[in-house]
Every structure is written in structure tokens, then in C-alpha cells.
Ligand binder design. Structure first.
Ligand code: BGC
Length: 430
């Protein structure tokens, strides 16, 4: 796909542009009880919701931490763990044995063959389980669920967190056509006109389809090397899955703290920070993205306690003016992140040509960083003049969105729409 960005025609695009098999949003008739699972970060969520006329009337959620050994071990163990959490959840709420439709948010690049088949393309962020790449995550989840007598659940939809966020955004505001995650990882999903989808093999009468861009992989074919710095190389080399997810590693919450630290390390080595030595600045993971966000927040408030603490924890010999260096670098890495995401949002707004587009956003980086939102508002308006938009936080879009998608899938199924057969490729032609 060429989004109008600097894609090199000689190199194939690195964007997946996956069909989500969701051709419609909520129509206000959705009623019933649904379950949802939300996996993508170290926190895994199980949700139970009740919908009446397309509105939430009850919501329950439990959080479970996914231990490191499960994130890096055999895939079967990970799915058994998900089923175990689900089992504990239904037991606690006395829902055992009852039949539910379940929406599964699986926030990794996948190729969807239908609304309930998602083949994992590769792991990202902090997951690298064996035996899952190339497999259908729904089959693996079903297999784990069927091992448990107290569960009578049909997984009727698999989706990405950005898709869930878009659907949740449309619940909050019907003008929403773009869902974004800026958390540990980053990605976007938008509503595309089917007529613009090249190689559309479907025979459906749908006019539109939600498309999962997987923009984290943007630049994996080298087209973003012109903005790649020595610090990006260092961050990539220390990441779990090297030489992949170029765009995401330029600003994602999993990486921004390390990017900041790598810049400080160079400055310390070159005598521009501290009084000699690099202290603990060479230690991967020793500064988190939360520290960057907090330094930014305190800078805005005329405070600098976190910058001070960061220098102390780095065991540097430092002086007052070094605090300004930290604040400046925190501002730079944050600005670059906001700029990169805003560019993509600007291009998408131009592409969708809507009279107004609400952009639903969620993720820890967006929620906790004080400057990302104002910067994005300013930059998007600059990149897409004449395309009115609002940024709207869709809290827990990935979890609640999964329940909404399960309800949409249920409605489509009851209405006889096919959500399971057509093979399509969502590469678009301009
Ligand atoms: C994944 C995407 C996901 C994003 C945000 C990326 O690492 O590949 O599928 O949407 O993180 O969670």
C-alpha cells in the first residue's frame, strides 16, 4: 500500500494492512451478555459485559499479570493460562457452564482469514512464545478452553486492540473512523472503502471494512532509515525482537525510556552531561518511559524532582545545569513520537475524506504523557488542513471493544451475514 508517505517503489511495503472482517459498527440493536479477553501487554484482562440496545448496562473486569516465563515460553502454556484466568473469572461470578460468545483482543500482527481466525505473523513487544507464529490464535485458545469443564464458550471474533479502540470510539462518538494505540506498542486501524481495496476477492455487498494497518512495522523495508539515529540502532539491538518494528521502536512506550537513556549515555560520554563517567546510563531498561512522561509533566509545572532522581539513580556526578539537559532530551524524544504518529494520522484523515473524523486513542503513553495530546492536536491540524478531527480517549477500548465486536459478530451471524469465508488481501492501491 502507498499511503502517500515516502515508500520506496522498489521495496515492497512493510505494512500488513489486514482485513479485520468487520464490515459494520454498532447499529444500536445489540443486546445480550458477552465475554472478552484482552491480551497484548503484561496485563491480561477478562471482561463480562451486558448490552442493551447497543449500550453497556453492566461491565465487570479482572486483571491478571502474565509472568515473563509465560510470555517467553511455549505458546500452549500461554493459552492454558488464558483459559485458566477465564475459568477463575466465570467461577467467581457464578457464570460457569453458561454459553457465551467471546471477543478476543490479540494485539499482535496477524493475518485474518475470517472474523474468528487470526494467524500470528510475528510476536512483538515483550512476547516471544514458541509454536504460535503461523498458527491460528483462536484455535489455540479454543483448545485450551475445551480442556476446562466449567467453560462453554464460543470465541466468535478475534481482533487487534486498535480495532477494539475504533469500535469503542464509535460507541462514544459515531463519527469515529480511526482507532490508535500509543502504549507499549503502537498501531492504528481505520475504516476503508472496499472499492479502494486492491485484490478484494470477496463477494460481500459491504461498502466499508475496518483495516488494521500494523504501522509498527512501517520502515522495516528501510524506507524510514533516513530518520534512523545511532540511538534507534542501540534501542533496536537491545530489544527482544531485533531488526523489526522500526516505527514502533522510534517512540513506543516499551522503547522511549531506553531511547532517552541512550541519548543521555552519548552526552555523558562526550562530556556534555555530568562531570565524567557514565554511571548506570549504559544499563538497558534502567530508565522507563514513565520517567520521560513525568519529567515532561514536571517541566510544564516548573518542577524537576524526577529529573533529579533520574540523575541520582544513574549514579552520575552531576550539577544543576544537567537537569536542563534531561528536560531538553525528554522533550525531543517525545516531540519526535508525536510528530511521527501525527504524520500518519494526517495522511489517513486526507485519505478518508470525512467531513469530520473522531480519532479514538488509548494506551499508557497517550494517557500519561502530558504533551502528546496537545502536540498531536497541533501537528495533525498542520498535516491535514481542512480535515476537522477530534482526539478522544477511548478508555479500555481494547477490552470493551472486544465485547462490542463479539456483539457485532453475533448480530451479523444472526442476520445471516458471512464473516467466515472470504479470502481477501487488503493492500490498497493509492
Ligand atoms: C502490535 C500491534 C498492536 C500494537 C499496540 C504492536 O506491537 O504489533 O498489533 O496493535 O502493538 O498494542
Amino acid at each position: 500500500m502507498r499511503l502517500g508517505l515516502a515508500e520506496n517503489p522498489e521495496r515492497p511495503s512493510s505494512l500488513l494492512m489486514e482485513n479485520t472482517f468487520i464490515p459494520q459498527l454498532l447499529d444500536g440493536t445489540e443486546c445480550g451478555e458477552y465475554l472478552a479477553l484482552d491480551l497484548g501487554g503484561t496485563n491480561f484482562r477478562v471482561l463480562y459485559v451486558v448490552l442493551k440496545d447497543g449500550k453497556f448496562v453492566e461491565e465487570n473486569v479482572d486483571y491478571f499479570e502474565v509472568p515473563r516465563e509465560l510470555r517467553l515460553g511455549p505458546g500452549e502454556d500461554l493459552f492454558d493460562f488464558l483459559a485458566q484466568c477465564l475459568s477463575e473469572f466465570v467461577q467467581k461470578r457464578k457464570l460457569c457452564g453458561r454459553n457465551f460468545k467471546l471477543g478476543f483482543t490479540f494485539s499482535f500482527p496477524m493475518t485474518q482469514k475470517s472474523l474468528d481466525v487470526g494467524i500470528l505473523v510475528s510476536w512483538t513487544k515483550s512476547f516471544n512464545c514458541s509454536g504460535v507464529v503461523g498458527q491460528d490464535a483462536v484455535s489455540m485458545l479454543n483448545k485450551a478452553i475445551h480442556k476446562r469443564d466449567n467453560l462453554n464458550i464460543d470465541v466468535n471474533a478475534i481482533l487487534n486492540d486498535t480495532t477494539g479502540t475504533l469500535v469503542m470510539g464509535s460507541y462514544l462518538d459515531h463519527r469515529c473512523a480511526l482507532g490508535i494505540i500509543m502504549g507499549t506498542g503502537s498501531n492504528g486501524a481505520y475504516i476503508e472503502k472496499v472499492e479502494r481495496i486492491e485484490k478484494w476477492l470477496g463477494k460481500h455487498p459491504e461498502k466499508e471494512m475496518l483495516v488494521d494497518i500494523e504501522w509498527g512495522a512501517f520502515g522495516d523495508n528501510g524506507v524510514l532509515d533516513f530518520i534512523r539515529t545511532q540511538w534507534d540502532n542501540a534501542v533496536d539491538e537491545q530489544s527482544l525482537l531485533v531488526h523489526s518494528y522500526t516505527f514502533e521502536k522510534y517512540y513506543g512506550g516499551k522503547y522511549m525510556g531506553d531511547l532517552f537513556r541512550e541519548v543521555l549515555l552519548t552526552l555523558a560520554k562526550e562530556g556534555c552531561l555530568g562531570k565524567g563517567g557514565v554511571g548506570k546510563l549504559a544499563t538497558h531498561g534502567s530508565i522507563t518511559t514513565t520517567t520521560v512522561s513525568t519529567i515532561e509533566k514536571e517541566s510544564m509545572e516548573g518542577e524537576q524532582a524526577t529529573a533529579r532522581k533520574a540523575l541520582e539513580e544513574a549514579e552520575l556526578e552531576w550539577e544543576e545545569e544537567d537537569l536542563e539537559v534531561l528536560k531538553y532530551v525528554a522533550g525531543l524524544v517525545s516531540y519526535r513520537g508525536a510528530l511521527l504518529v501525527s504524520l500518519l494520522v494526517g495522511v489517513l484523515l486526507q485519505r478518508m475524506e470525512r467531513p469530520h473524523c473522531t480519532v479514538a486513542i488509548d494506551g499508557s503513553l497517550y494517557r500519561h504523557h502530558p504533551r502528546i495530546r496537545p502536540l498531536m492536536e497541533h501537528l495533525i491540524a498542520k498535516f491535514a488542513p481542512g480535515h476537522p478531527f477530534d482526539l478522544r480517549q477511548a478508555h479500555d477500548g481494547s477490552g470493551k471493544g472486544a465485547a462490542l465486536v463479539a456483539a457485532i459478530a453475533d448480530r451479523l451471524h444472526k442476520n445471516g451475514a458471512t464473516t467466515t469465508t472470504t479470502t481477501t488481501t487488503t493492500t490498497t492501491n493509492d
